[in-house]
Design a protein around this ligand. Sequence first.
Ligand SMILES: C[S@@+](CC[C@H](N)C(=O)[O-])C[C@H]1O[C@@H](n2cnc3c(N)ncnc32)[C@H](O)[C@@H]1O
Length: 248
Amino acid sequence: MADTHFGAHQVPLEDKQALVDDVFHSVAQRYDLMNDLMSFGLHRAWKDALITALNPPKSRPFALLDVAGGTGDIAFRAVAAGGEETRVTVCDINPDMLAVGRERAARHPDGAAITFTEGNAEALPFADRSFDAVTIAFGIRNVPRIDAALREAFRVLKIGGKFLCLEFSAVDVPGLDRLYDFYSFNVIPALGRAVAGDAESYRYLVESIRRFPKPEAFAAMLRTAGFSRVSYQQMTGGIVALHSGWRL
Ligand SMILES: C[S@@+](CC[C@H](N)C(=O)[O-])C[C@H]1O[C@@H](n2cnc3c(N)ncnc32)[C@H](O)[C@@H]1O
């Protein structure tokens, strides 16, 4: 049986998803607050950069699939940036994260444009070539079979459609790397314990970031999945990278 990583631990590939699901079950209610606290609000700027790259059209129908969309952060931004005919499907494997998203949508003026669907990124419950764009933000590193998730994103994209993936990356600024390590391995788990009552889940999130392929290696995985014109831009000293590719 093949192994993979759950944070710093080696686990059978088959076991990883259940462990990841426990993490997001545990953090769902405090997820949005913790994102702001852990990133000093920076996750908002990173997500805005994804929306700028997505550039949803103002005057024609646009169907976006946000994979591992959780509580809907990307979806709300995409609907706000797009025109009246923008529709977003949030697909996530975790019912607790989706429940928080649905509650947010019920209170939000744009909520009706967003649909929340339970599903696995490795086997998306959607037809071939059904979306104009597919996004995934801070989700792909949690998926056990990343290559399968990339193939699925490609499958459900229309020809000419764009794929955008925002993910933590490798800090490449001398000095910032040591500060970032200290902050990640000491401050974030302590914050997780204080705010969400759960240090372990946040330790996993930090360790999973370190395990994720470097940007060049991830770009190669996108090409293998079939994407064209693959590129990436690093942000905030390499803390995050925004990857893109097209189905041509
Ligand atoms: C760090 S959160 C990101 C949520 C949201 N995209 C954001 O940026 O705020 C990661 C999400 O990935 C979801 N996830 C993990 N494995 C998944 C899978 N195999 N298929 C779909 N979603 C998955 C989790 O349930 C969780 O909601």
